[in-house]
Design a protein around this ligand. Structure first.
Ligand SMILES: Cc1cc2nc3c(=O)[nH]c(=O)nc-3n(C[C@H](O)[C@H](O)[C@H](O)COP(=O)(O)OP(=O)(O)OC[C@H]3O[C@@H](n4cnc5c(N)ncnc54)[C@H](O)[C@@H]3O)c2cc1C
Length: 481
C-alpha cells in the first residue's frame, strides 16, 4: 500500500485525541474530552454534509431508536440545550409512563403522568443534531471518507501513538496516511477490531461474554395524518417468552410513527404490509394494529438481524497498550429490543468526562499525563456503567426457551422480578421504581430496597415463572488465549 505520513505529532499544541468512528459514541466522547484536548473524529462516511437520511456506516438507523431517560439526561448534560434543539427539529419528548402503553408478559402496565421523559425521533435526526453541536466545539475536527485500517504504536508496541487511515476520495485516495494522537478512542461500533489489533501487538485477547439473541427485526414507517392514537407517544410490547415475539411503535418527527416488530430465535418477521400487519395483530396490543391500518405507509420497510448481546471485557485484561480505549458498542452491544445502546454510549461518554476532569485535577493540569490515567482507568469505570443494561438485556433473554437453566439465585431473582411486574400493574410507586430501572436511572438492585420489596412481597398478585430449557451453546464466555 502506498504511504504518506501526514498530520504529524504536535508537541507544542494541546494534546490531540483521535476518535475512530464518528457515530453517537464517538461524537459524545468528543464532547466529553474537547474541554482539555483537540479532537479529530474519523469515519468512512462523509461528515461534511448535513445528515438528512440514514447513512451507510450505521445501517441500524433505519429502525426504531428510542432514547431512554438516562440517555436523554446524559446527552443534555454533555451538550446543554440539545433536547430543545431536537424538539425544534420535530422530536417528541415522551413521558415513559404517562404517554406510553407498555404491555409486559401479555398484560398492560399502569399509565399515569410522570417526570420520566425520553426522546422520540429518528436516530438520523438525533445524530445529525449531536454532530452539528460537536462540530461547533472549539478544537474539534471531523475527518470523513477515511477508512481506519490499523493502530500505530511506538517501537516497543507499549503505546498507541496514532492510527493508520486510507482516504476514500480526493487526490490521496488509497494512499495510507498516519494520524498522530496522544490518545486513540475506538468508537467503531460492534465491528470494532481493537481486540484483534491488541492480539497482533502481542497482548492477550480480551474475554468476550456473549448471550445469543438471534433477533430478526422488521421496521415500517407510517404517516399519521388523523392523529390515530392521541395521547400516546409510544407502545412497547415486551418479548413473549413462549413465542419470542415483541414489538414497539413510537412517534417520530414529521407526523410519523415508526413501528418495529421482532422475533427472537427464529425467522425475521415479514416486511410486506399484509404479513407485517398480521404479525402486528398477533401481539397483545390492539392499538398497534389500529395504527398500522389507519396510517399511510411511508416506504417499503427494512429488516435487520442481530445475533447476540456482546461485551468485550477490556477491564479484565492484565496488560493493555497505553494511549487507547474503546467506547460505545465497541465495548458492549445489546439486543436492541431493550433500546439501550445509545443510552449506554451517552452514559459511557459522561463517565469519561467525569474521569478526565478527575485525572486532570489529580495531575495538576498536565493533560497528557491525565489522558494516560484516563485510558488505564476508563475500562473499569465503563464496566460499571455497562453492567446494569447488560443485566437488563441478557437476564430476560437467558430465560427464553432453549437457554441453559440459570443458577438458583438468579432464578429466585427472576421470580422476584416477575412479581415486581405483576405488582407494578396496579401499584404506582412500584411502576415508577421499575421504570427507573428500565431507563437506567437506578441499578436493578434498587428493586430490592425495603420500601419497594415490602410493596412487592406484601401484594397478592403472582404469576408462574417462565419455563426454561437447556442449550448451553447460547451463552458463552470466550476465554483469553
Ligand atoms: C436494529 C437496531 C435497533 C436499535 N435500536 C436502539 C434503540 O431503540 N435505542 C438505543 O438506544 N439503541 C438502539 N440500538 C443501538 C444503537 O444503534 C447503537 O448503540 C448506537 O448507534 C451507538 O453505537 P456506536 O456509536 O458505538 O457505533 P455505531 O453507531 O455502530 O457507529 C460506528 C461508526 O464507526 C464507523 N466505522 C466503523 N468501522 C470503520 C472503519 N474501519 N473505518 C472508518 N469508519 C468506521 C461507522 O461508519 C460508524 O459511523 C439499536 C441497534 C440496532 C442494531
Amino acid at each position: 500500500m502506498p504511504q504518506s505520513a501526514t498530520h504529524p505529532a504536535r508537541p507544542s499544541a494541546r494534546p490531540r485525541v483521535v476518535i475512530l468512528g464518528a457515530s453517537l459514541a464517538g461524537l459524545l466522547t468528543a464532547a466529553a474530552l474537547s474541554r482539555h484536548t483537540d479532537v479529530v473524529l474519523v469515519d468512512r462516511d462523509p461528515l461534511d454534509e448535513e445528515l438528512t437520511s440514514p447513512r451507510r456506516g450505521v445501517p441500524q438507523s433505519r429502525h426504531t431508536h428510542g432514547l431512554l431517560v438516562s440517555g436523554s439526561r446524559a446527552m443534555e448534560a454533555l451538550l446543554p440545550g440539545l433536547l430543545d434543539e431536537v424538539v425544534a427539529r420535530g422530536a417528541i419528548l415522551g413521558d415513559v409512563i404517562g404517554g406510553s402503553q407498555w404491555v409486559m408478559r401479555g398484560a398492560p402496565m399502569l399509565s399515569f403522568p410522570s417526570t420520566l421523559i425520553g426522546v422520540l425521533c429518528t436516530r438520523t435526526l438525533l445524530e445529525s443534531q449531536v454532530r452539528r453541536r460537536v462540530r461547533s466545539l472549539p478544537g474539534v475536527e471531523l475527518l470523513g471518507e477515511h477508512d481506519i485500517v490499523a493502530l500505530v504504536t511506538d517501537d516497543a508496541s507499549r503505546r498507541v501513538v496514532g492510527a493508520r487511515l486510507v482516504p476514500r476520495t480526493g487526490p490521496d485516495a488509497g494512499i495510507e496516511t498516519v494520524l498522530a494522537a496522544d490518545l486513540v478512542v475506538d468508537a467503531t461500533g460492534r465491528g470494532s477490531r481493537l481486540s484483534r489489533w491488541f492480539a497482533e501487538l502481542g497482548y492477550d485477547l480480551p474475554e468476550v461474554t456473549e448471550v445469543a439473541a438471534s433477533v430478526g427485526y422488521a421496521t415500517r414507517v407510517f404517516h399519521d395524518e388523523r392523529g390515530v392514537l392521541d395521547g400516546t407517544d409510544v407502545i412497547v410490547v415486551s418479548t413473549d417468552p413462549q413465542t419470542g415475539r415483541s414489538g414497539a411503535a413510537a412517534r417520530i418527527e414529521g407526523g410519523r410513527w415508526t413501528v418495529t416488530v421482532a422475533q427472537a430465535n427464529g425467522a425475521a418477521p415479514p416486511i410486506d404490509l399484509p404479513e407485517f400487519t398480521a404479525f402486528v395483530d398477533s401481539l397483545p396490543a390492539p392499538e398497534l394494529g389500529r395504527l398500522v391500518r389507519a396510517c399511510q405507509p411511508d416506504g417499503t420497510g427494512e429488516v435487520y438481524r442481530f445475533p447476540s448481546s456482546r461485551w468485550v471485557r477490556y477491564e479484565r485484561l492484565r496488560r493493555r497498550p497505553l494511549g487507547v480505549l474503546a467506547v460505545g458498542d465497541a465495548v458492549c452491544s445489546f439486543n436492541p429490543v431493550y433500546g439501550q445502546g445509545m443510552s449506554s454510549a451517552s452514559l459511557q461518554a459522561a463517565a469519561v468526562r467525569d474521569l478526565v476532569e478527575e485525572c486532570v485535577a489529580a495531575r495538576g493540569g498536565d493533560v497528557r499525563a491525565a489522558l494516560d490515567d484516563l485510558a488505564s482507568r476508563a475500562p473499569a469505570v465503563q464496566a460499571r456503567v455497562v453492567s446494569a443494561p447488560w443485566a437488563l438485556a441478557t437476564g430476560p433473554d437467558r430465560r427464553l426457551p432453549g437457554m441453559p437453566r440459570k443458577p438458583l439465585p438468579e432464578r429466585l431473582l427472576d421470580r422476584y422480578v416477575d412479581r415486581v411486574i405483576e405488582v407494578a400493574r396496579h401499584d404506582a410507586p412500584v411502576t415508577v421504581a421499575f421504570m427507573e430501572v428500565l431507563n437506567l436511572l437506578r441499578p436493578p438492585q434498587s428493586l430490592l430496597a425495603p420500601g419497594i420489596a415490602r410493596r412487592v412481597l406484601g401484594a397478592r398478585a403472582h404469576r408462574a415463572p417462565v419455563q426454561q430449557c437447556v442449550a448451553p451453546e447460547l451463552v458463552r464466555t470466550t476465554a483469553p488465549r
